[in-house]
Design a binder for this molecule. Structure first.
Ligand code: GCU
Length: 396
């Protein structure tokens, strides 16, 4: 019951939710699932350096800007390369709402724009069936353009910002020796404590640092930034949205176990699989729940509830049984009482809908269930944009 505290107190008012239950749930997710994000003031400055700008990108429809976000002043300081496409007319007087999401293949992969720099970072990724690694090349340009639909996003009046997730933490089990984790180690500390952040925590932290930049860009309406992620990055988008209330809207695409789907259903992937195949994603304390989902002090509907009352869209795919689409729906449904307590319309569906190409339930908890595979499709973007139109454009 998301509306009952650990001590058994019923949460009957928005005040009790925000002062007592919400902080309690956030702490439980930190200590048992994703690990704590170091929020204490860090000693290094974060530098924003614009490294390229093209005001005639995408055939003159967009302004393209690349920004290095550098974590510290050391010559080898880790950095995140942020790529932003702004609709041509966006300005200080008419700033654009934005989508922000991390990508899997490098910034050059999200569009065919020949001006995007080829990443220099080594790209290494755990597919669950072993690690693949490579250096980005020209060949990868536009490789996943269909997964981002940049032209369409800009045409509908939104900016799109993205960065390669490996800039924040390479996605393999390296004992947290690279990426941003070491920046926060105490003297003598060599890896995060059992209740400190893993890779998902670091990726989510990076999304907040990207939002810091967007807040400083006059052409972006930073009060209207939707954070979007697919799969493991969908888990990340939810965690980013739960922790950082500046995100106005959250989209989880096929995020599955450890994301939007209920752990206790034990359908498709389970906690043991996550811990075995991707030991670096969650905090070490999460391992005690392998095979013991029933003992978790939270379940994933409460992660969705942490985003309330802000709009959240849970998007599922029929053939993505591994991610348990029905479990994603049930989690959205179980978060509904919190959204209602906070005065929103919550989830406007009583039952798990049949899959449909144009599926989209537009309540404050949105839900989409489409035919097809684990992927982000152009039709998904149409739904994301429609959902954002309903919830962001009306917002003053
Ligand atoms: C694996 C993993 C999922 C994850 C997915 C992805 O399938 O088991 O939990 O969401 O990879 O990120 O692609």
């Amino acid at each position: 019951d998301p509306l009952r505290t650990v001590e058994g107190r019923e949460v009957t008012t928005p005040e009790l939710w925000s002062k007592t239950r919400r902080p309690e749930l956030l702490r439980l997710f930190e200590s048992h699932v994703y690990g704590k994000t170091p929020v204490a003031a860090h000693e290094f400055p974060i530098i924003h350096r614009v490294v390229s700008e093209d005001s005639e990108a995408l055939g003159g429809k967009a302004v393209r800007r690349e920004i290095s976000i550098i974590f510290g002043e050391k010559p080898d300081a880790p950095r995140m390369e942020l790529l932003v496409f702004l609709p041509k007319g966006a300005s200080k007087d008419s700033p654009a709402p934005a989508f922000l999401g991390l990508n899997f293949e490098g910034n050059h992969s999200v569009s065919h724009d020949p001006g995007v720099r080829i990443p220099t970072a080594w790209m290494r990724r755990d597919q669950g069936r072993g690690v693949v690694d490579h250096k980005a090349t020209e060949e990868g340009r536009g490789q996943v353009a269909d997964r981002w639909c940049v032209e369409r996003v800009v045409e509908r009046g939104y900016a799109l910002a993205t960065a390669y997730y490996g800039d924040l933490d390479p996605d393999f089990d390296d004992g947290y020796q690279n990426g941003v984790h070491p920046l926060f180690y105490r003297d003598g500390q060599t890896k995060p404590d059992p209740d400190q952040w893993g890779a998902i925590g670091a990726w989510a932290w990076g999304l907040s640092r990207a939002l810091d930049y967007l807040e400083s860009a006059p052409e972006v309406d930073a009060a209207k930034v939707a954070v979007m992620g697919h799969s493991r990055l969908g888990k990340t988008a939810l965690w980013a949205g739960a922790q950082d209330p500046r995100f106005a809207l959250v989209i989880s695409n096929n995020s599955g176990e450890g994301g939007a789907s209920l752990s206790r259903r034990n359908y498709g992937e389970d906690v043991a699989h996550l811990n075995r195949s991707f030991p670096h994603w969650f905090c070490d304390a999460y391992r005690q729940y392998s095979g013991h989902e029933d003992q978790l002090p939270v379940d994933q509907h409460e992660l969705i509830a942490l985003i309330a009352p802000r709009p959240v869209l849970v998007s599922s795919a029929e053939e993505d049984r591994w991610a348990d689409p029905k479990g994603e729906f049930l989690a959205a449904q179980a978060a509904d009482p919190v959204y209602r307590l906070l005065g929103t319309d919550g989830l406007l569906l009583q039952e798990w809908p049949a899959p449909a190409e144009d599926s989209l339930s537009k309540g404050t908890i949105g839900y989409r269930y489409r035919p097809g595979k684990h992927d982000v499709l152009p039709s998904d973007w149409e739904a994301f944009l429609d959902f954002a139109d309903v919830h962001l454009k009306k917002k003053k």
